[in-house]
Design a protein around this ligand. Structure first.
Ligand code: BGC
Ligand code: NOJ
Length: 814
């Protein structure tokens, strides 16, 4: 069952019923100001950091769900309704939500009165625009009121939820004309405030939530809206809100547009705080400048047009045209869009991540880069340097950092032993995309301490050596607290239920080893070698090559179980992910990574591993993480066994590592199977089962319940997942096979045999490549001929030629 449809021309998903199985959201903002908005106008906004600078409040786990947002109430006679249906839930005569690329449009109709609300965050400004157009479709003159409503958050979202004794006394606002200023905390050594305004004279306002909602009132029927008249309340303490009242008269057929702006403002003049003369009164000048930028419909429309043009350009760097409409839709629009969102958010703020618990993940952000770097390489460059700056001197890394401060998060600390290698992965991807080796010269601190800075190259060296030097009894890399699989805690034991996990002291280990990290070491080690060679570090390159060869041998000796790659050894040297195990006999991750690393490719291990994945882990909704699931809790395995069978890391379909298998299938040349794996979890291909899948049909979720779970096929935790980057990589670089490399663009498709071919356009280092692939013999992989601008070339690496603006490449598969 579907709840809407894709409109590929507009690059939108159009939701036609507000009652989607779960809130289906969109992300507004590509730079510093962000808003999450659901298909019923729920959501919240923040500046840079969802924990530290939250503008509007959101209540997770609320009842009813998703009942706080940026709302517009329309009151006509006794009827109160919202263009996005919530929170009044008044039945609408028609409803549509168009989630587009960086904007959302809500179209609601009630009693011949139409509302069209367009929400977006303009490029280059720190605000959200809500453009509301009301049209009278009736034959009578209409009189109605509009009440806007946002609930301010007291900036630090964590304190906002916990420190009420203080919160209830700190709220402060100012009202000037149609602008409501939320200035809580401005009094302290802060320099920021929020402004919420509309480009028209108002009939009145409210800024006290209690006044607006009324005693025991709620968002679904605010006192002010029900009564039809605002109270001009000025909040002092308690809960500040922003609400404008507009009284409107429209002749038959007449339309009127209002532009509301919710902005984040920094008063830079007030940076030096002590002894500030205004004494708590805000400096409105920067806000007024911001509001002036969008104070007419024309200006707002222009800002939306600019946003659309910005995205057109970004999405033009890679496009495909094939007979597979859904593939084209995902590759050209939604894969890349989700890559931008994950790049911006890491795993911090969604409808499933509170924005408070996690900042930017070291591992996560390095992977997010992989799918983003072709969009805006400069931002990827800066991100790499920010991430590397949180690394420790020994090569290990803070697992997360806060986006506002860019400092490592000491609550979580380090010890995830895959982290260092992801830095090599991200940096290699950047260099392959741009050819910009100068990034390696950038002075980059350790633990944000400038006095300890080295160049980035040295960070990479320490990353590689960290893994090399931290090996266990079988010479495999030590896993530490966990590797990619956060829940595989093989060195941990808990003493009593309810007590926290403890790690072994150094003298007792920890010993647990990871075959997955070994796969990473081989795969990204090869990049490290290339980079060393390019820097003239011949000795280091040779040393690294030897270490890689040794690791490959180690994996084949100690990490192969006969039919598949083992997952790990626990602290007690027991095998994990082996046929000898009672549960968890086979895991997906090492099959993906060791095959991508081509460990035992010639010897046949790779193909065997892929066959085992298909045989033991496959389901109709995707590949599960392991089989059989753990049926009971194991202290020696940790969190993984705490999940009920079929959920999350315990045999859920963890979408993130499905593309690893699809890519691995391209390594062994099985295009049909790579395609099957790709399409089984791909949103556009499973749109028809939205009632089972339940999350948004235009983006990936972190997990789909596996076959061992009661709700097999149900997805959870949409949007913020490494699946975004890895699937875009899979589709663009491995299935379509258009892959940036150090010295040029590799074209090496591995497609399903039914495909006749495709054409693609790829911007790469200043040149546009028009690539035409023909598959006359319906093979899955292999190239019969390559011509570049009409000339046949040897091999399939199209060398960089900066003198050319356009290059035409023709590939005949065979
Ligand atoms: C995992 C979760 C886990 C969390 C904390 C996440 O990466 O997906 O299952 O609960 O980390 O360890
Ligand atoms: C989600 C985390 O963000 C990611 O870092 C991790 O690799 C996966 N869960 C698997 O545990």
């Amino acid at each position: 069952m579907k709840f809407g449809y894709f409109d590929d021309n507009a690059k939108e998903y159009v939701i036609t019923s507000p009652k989607t199985p779960l809130p289906w959201i969109n992300y507004l903002g590509c730079e510093d100001f962000f808003s999450l908005v659901s298909n019923t106008c729920g959501g919240y906004s923040f500046y840079k950091d969802a924990k530290l600078l939250r503008l509007t409040r959101y209540r997770y786990n609320n009842v009813p769900g998703d009942s706080n947002g940026h709302y517009y109430y329309i009151k006509e006679g006794n009827t109160i309704w919202n263009p996005g249906w919530m929170p009044t839930k008044t039945d609408l005569d028609s409803y549509e939500c168009h989630h587009g690329i960086g904007y959302s449009i809500f179209k609601g109709n009630k009693n011949d009165l139409a509302a069209e609300l367009t929400d977006f965050v303009p490029i280059g400004s720190t605000c959200e625009i809500n453009k509301l157009t009301m049209t009278n479709h009736s034959k009578e003159e209409k009189h109605f009121s509009i009440f806007s409503y946002v609930e301010f958050c007291l900036w630090n979202a964590m304190d906002d939820m916990t420190n009420f004794q203080r919160n209830y006394s700190i709220g402060e606002v100012e009202i000037h004309g149609s602008a409501i200023y939320h200035k809580t905390e401005y009094r302290e050594r802060r320099n920021h405030y929020a402004v919420y305004s509309v480009n028209a004279p108002i009939a009145g306002f409210d800024t006290s939530r209690d006044a607006f909602l009324g005693a025991y009132g709620e968002n679904s029927a605010p006192d002010v809206v029900v009564s039809g008249s605002c109270k001009n309340s000025v909040a002092s303490g308690w809960a500040p809100v922003g609400s404008h009242q507009l009284d409107v008269t429209l002749a038959p057929g007449e339309s009127r547009t209002y532009v509301f702006v919710l902005g984040y403002v920094e008063n830079l003049a007030a940076e030096k705080w002590v002894g500030r003369p205004e004494d708590g009164i805000i400096n409105r000048t920067p806000a007024e400048k911001l509001l002036e930028k969008f104070n007419t419909t024309e200006k707002a429309d222009q800002a939306l047009a600019d946003l659309k043009a910005y995205w057109e350009k970004l999405l033009s760097h890679f496009t495909v045209s094939s007979k597979e409409e859904k593939l084209d839709r995902m590759v050209n629009i939604w894969h890349q869009y989700q890559c931008m969102v994950t790049f911006n958010m890491s795993r911090s703020a969604s409808y499933y991540e509170s924005g408070i618990g996690r900042g930017m993940g070291f591992r996560d952000s390095c992977q997010d880069l992989l799918g983003f770097v072709h969009l805006i390489p400069d931002r990827a460059r800066q991100r790499i340097l920010d991430i590397a700056s949180t690394q420790f001197e020994d090569g290990s890394a803070y697992h997360q950092y806060q986006p506002l401060t860019k400092k490592g998060n000491s609550d979580i600390g380090s010890g995830f032993n895959d982290d260092p290698l992801w830095l090599i992965a991200g940096t290699a991807a950047y260099i392959k995309e741009t050819g910009d080796y100068s990034i390696l010269d950038e002075r980059t601190p350790y633990d944000n301490d400038d006095s300890k800075a080295t160049d980035l190259m040295e960070h990479l060296r320490r990353s590689f050596h960290y893994t090399m030097e931290h090996r266990g009894p079988h010479k495999l890399p030590l896993i530490g607290r966990a590797d990619w699989n956060d829940c595989l805690n093989l060195n941990c034991f808990s003493t009593e239920p309810g007590e926290s996990f403890q790690t072994f002291g150094p003298s007792e280990g920890p010993n647990a080893e990871s075959v997955f990290i070994a796969g990473m070491f081989v795969r990204y080690g090869k990049d490290y070698v290339e980079i060393c060679r390019h820097r003239g570090m011949a000795e280091e390159a040779a040393l690294a090559e030897e270490a890689i060869a040794d690791m490959e041998k180690t994996v084949l000796d100690a990490g192969w179980d006969g039919e598949w790659f083992l997952r790990a050894y626990d602290h007690y040297k027991n095998k994990i992910g082996s046929k000898e195990c009672e549960d968890g006999k086979i895991y997906i991750e090492p099959q993906g990574f060791c095959v991508m690393a081509e460990i035992g490719l010639k010897e046949g291990n790779c193909l065997k591993a892929m066959e085992s994945v298909e045989k033991y882990l496959d389901t109709k909704y995707g590949i599960v993480l392991l089989q059989p699931p753990y049926h009971r809790y194991h202290v020696e395995l940790g969190e993984i066994s705490s999940y009920p069978p079929g959920y999350k890391e315990n045999a859920g379909i963890f979408c993130h590592n499905n593309p690893w298998i699809s890519i691995a299938e391209t390594v062994v040349g099985r295009g049909n199977r790579a395609w099957q794996v790709y399409t089984r979890t791909c949103p556009a291909y499973i749109e028809d089962i939205s009632e089972i899948h339940r999350t948004e049909p235009y983006v990936y979720s972190q997990m789909i319940a596996g076959k061992d779970a009661p709700n097999f096929g149900e997805a959870k935790n949409s949007w913020l997942t490494g699946t975004a980057a890895w699937t875009f990589l899979n589709a663009s670089q491995y299935i379509l096979g258009i892959r940036p490399d150090y010295d040029g663009l590799i074209v090496d498709p591995c497609i399903p045999s039914f495909m006749d071919g495709f054409t693609a356009k790829r911007d790469f280092r200043g040149t546009t490549y028009h690539i035409e692939v023909e598959n006359p013999n319906h093979v899955e992989k292999g190239i019969a001929s390559v011509t570049v601008d009409g000339n046949a070339i040897e091999g399939n690496l199209i060398p960089v030629d900066a003198s050319k603006k356009e290059v035409h490449v023709k590939i005949i598969m065979g």
